[in-house]
Design a protein around this ligand. Structure first.
Ligand SMILES: *[C@@H]1O[C@H](CO)[C@@H](O)[C@H](O)[C@H]1NC(C)=O
Ligand SMILES: *[C@@H]1O[C@H](CO)[C@@H](O)[C@H](O)[C@H]1NC(C)=O
Ligand SMILES: *[C@@H]1O[C@H](CO)[C@@H](O)[C@H](O)[C@H]1NC(C)=O
Ligand SMILES: *[C@@H]1O[C@H](CO)[C@@H](O)[C@H](O)[C@H]1NC(C)=O
Ligand SMILES: *[C@@H]1O[C@H](CO)[C@@H](O)[C@H](O)[C@H]1NC(C)=O
Ligand SMILES: *[C@@H]1O[C@H](CO)[C@@H](O)[C@H](O)[C@H]1NC(C)=O
Ligand SMILES: *[C@@H]1O[C@H](CO)[C@@H](O)[C@H](O)[C@H]1NC(C)=O
Ligand SMILES: *[C@@H]1O[C@H](CO)[C@@H](O)[C@H](O)[C@H]1NC(C)=O
Ligand SMILES: *[C@@H]1O[C@H](CO)[C@@H](O)[C@H](O)[C@H]1NC(C)=O
Length: 518
């Protein structure tokens, strides 16, 4: 067996440990080395809070991320409660900057400096054993080049990135934290789905060349956000099997390359686009990729499980893609951890149903997030509101009910009612009840939120029918948040202690193993 650099270092440190006068320091060094060689994983998850009743962040960190072996997360912004809950967890973090801030950050170095101070420096740590948040990347914008945004954000991306970089440099963090810009898959265009024909969108060509030059100057990488589900819906030529890693025959042929899945096709389309502007060797990270489970036909848990398992197996096999053999993306972030019922549904009702877990932290299907062959662990002791639902009162005259439904659905979430969705078949007035209940739960089950001009009725009988689940919301009040944070504290301390024990045990085994070579 060959000893890698870090293994050799580990051996050296172990030898010196036996002689050292400074054992605690050396032990710490060894612990760190061992930790980093054992926990490297190329898969992370996106985690957002766009939910009417989000789970408390500390519950997510302890009950979902750590308990399922998740080692990296990508955040849409820099929410203080999320960053605080990640402190000391050892989880690698991508902090996001929302598109709305790009213009301001590009116009003011001072604004960029305070963004870095408030949202990075305050939390930062690159020490897995200590406290602090292990911030590894800052995502400048969230798909700012999306075709439907037009020129709204495009002119400000590089300016914002440049100012943030300057601020990081002043904070002595520029060699620890890299800047990335997540790009939607419509940044490139192609003909007949062929990767070799792909090129960056003409309106974006110049900006893209500047961005790539910036990324290359700072040893960063290209970040692609994939959207296999919308590709499946739009691309009649590519089958469901092709998108779900299930294609066994008739691959798509492009010159000498053969493609049997959408993932490789997308990666190689970017490789080809990068080559055409002189950056053909740049690494490609996948910033988000997933499959929804509701809100449209073929958006089901069964399909999502096929997709996720196919993806994880493909990444583990490290085969890479035809244009990048044996060179899979260094990191891939699954979309997404939890359902978020406040996400924008302009592109489709399925957008709110990408969670591997439901909004209340229960796994919809199984996939290896880092927990190995064990089933996923759910969040326990979820702080639900009461066992109460709001339904339509069938004894009333319902002639004027449409206005109430519109009001409920525009504020709450009716995306499961769409055709092909889990509640798409419940009919009228069941779907009115669904809308009323959604609004009622999003408003903390307040009496007024089930009024609807006297047409609403509060019930303690679960109105769920078949697949169509009438949810109960979660407590999210400030006082509740504080209480649950306190409750989770001892568990977290215990967890860190337990992690140290595991690491110690690994070090001892490596040492015993290494002594055979002395
Ligand atoms: C820090 O990030 C938060 C959330 O993304 C944002 O609201 C806030 O304005 C940022 N702070 C500064 C100083 O820009
Ligand atoms: C796409 O490819 C076909 C055949 O290879 C070609 O005839 C056509 O002109 C191409 N279209 C574009 C927009 O490049
Ligand atoms: C779809 O496939 C047909 C036949 O294989 C091909 O002629 C056509 O160009 C393809 N269209 C797209 C949009 O890929
Ligand atoms: C990258 O570095 C080169 C050489 O130092 C420089 O000319 C170029 O302007 C830089 N690009 C960006 C976008 O900062
Ligand atoms: C895009 O930029 C590259 C590099 O500057 C250039 O070679 C290419 O012609 C440009 N393509 C278009 C469509 O403008
Ligand atoms: C998608 O779902 C619809 C409705 O269930 C079904 O008719 C169709 O065959 C599915 N599409 C594919 C490609 O399986
Ligand atoms: C949703 O996205 C669309 C298109 O990007 C945008 O026009 C609209 O304002 C967004 N809606 C909300 C509520 O943010
Ligand atoms: C119908 O509902 C709307 C909105 O709730 C309300 O403003 C209006 O007065 C109602 N019309 C009648 C005739 O009850
Ligand atoms: C409820 O179902 C009726 C009948 O199928 C349909 O006309 C109506 O649009 C549905 N409403 C919603 C909000 O889905």
């Amino acid at each position: 067996m060959l000893c890698s650099d870090s293994c050799w270092l580990l051996h050296q440190s172990m030898s010196s440990l036996m002689r050292s006068e400074h054992r605690p320091v050396t032990l710490l060094l060894v612990l760190l080395l061992s930790w980093s060689t054992n926990s490297v994983s190329a898969v992370g998850v996106n985690w957002g809070l766009a939910s009417s009743t989000p789970l408390p962040p500390s519950k997510v960190v302890n009950g979902l991320l750590l308990s399922n072996g998740v080692t990296r997360v990508k955040l849409p912004d820099a929410d203080p409660s999320v960053l605080e809950s990640l402190s000391g967890s050892g989880i690698g973090v991508i902090v996001g900057i929302r598109n709305e801030m790009l213009r301001y950050l590009s116009q003011s170095k001072k604004a960029a400096a305070s963004w870095v101070h408030d949202n990075v420096t305050r939390y930062f740590s690159d020490n897995r054993a200590g406290g602090g948040v292990q911030i590894e990347y800052i995502a400048v914008g969230d798909e700012p080049f999306l075709l439907s945004y037009g020129q709204q954000y495009q002119p400000y991306v590089i300016g914002a990135a440049t100012n943030i970089h300057t601020a990081l440099k002043a904070a002595k963090l520029s060699d620890r934290i890299k800047l990335i810009v997540p790009c939607s898959s419509d940044v490139y265009q192609t003909n007949s789905s062929l990767p070799s024909k792909a090129h960056f969108r003409p309106d974006l060509n110049k900006t893209m060349v500047d961005l790539l030059s910036f990324l290359s100057n700072h040893s960063s990488l290209f970040v692609l956000d994939m959207n296999p589900f919308s590709s499946f819906q739009q691309n009649k030529n590519l089958s469901l099997d092709f998108h779900l890693f299930q294609l066994t025959s008739r691959p798509l042929t492009d010159g000498h390359s053969k493609y049997d899945n959408y993932f490789d096709l997308s990666i190689d389309s970017v490789v080809s686009s990068l080559s055409k502007v002189g950056f053909g060797d740049m690494d490609i990270m996948v910033g988000s990729v997933g499959w929804p489970t509701d809100g449209a036909s073929n958006a089901t848990s069964a399909n999502a499980q096929l997709f996720m398992q196919g993806l994880i197996d493909h990444l583990k096999a490290k085969t890479g893609s035809p244009l990048r053999p044996k060179r899979p993306p260094p990191e891939t972030y699954l979309f997404t951890l939890l359902d978020e019922n406040q996400l924008n549904i302009t592109t489709g009702n399925y957008e709110r149903h990408y969670g591997i877990f439901t909004f209340d932290g229960q796994a919809k299907y199984n996939v290896d997030l880092g927990q190995g062959s064990r089933p996923l662990k759910n969040v326990h002791e979820v702080d639900y509101l009461n066992q109460k639902w709001c339904v339509v009162n069938n004894n009333k005259d319902l002639y004027n009910i449409t206005a109430s439904v519109v009001q409920a659905c525009s504020n709450a979430d009716c995306s499961s009612l769409s055709s092909g969705g889990s509640c798409g078949g419940i009919g009228w007035p069941g779907n009115v009840s669904y809308a009323f209940n959604s609004y009622f739960q999003a408003n903390g089950q307040s009496q007024e939120s089930c009024d609807f001009n006297g047409l609403g009725l509060i019930t303690t009988v679960d109105p769920s029918v078949g697949e169509c689940r009438f949810v109960i919301g979660l407590h999210t009040s400030g006082s509740n948040k504080v209480r649950s944070l306190m409750a989770d504290m001892p568990k977290k301390v215990f967890y860190s202690f337990f992690q140290s024990l595991v690491v110690l045990q690994q070090v001892v085994s490596v040492f015993i193993f290494a002594s055979f070579f002395v």
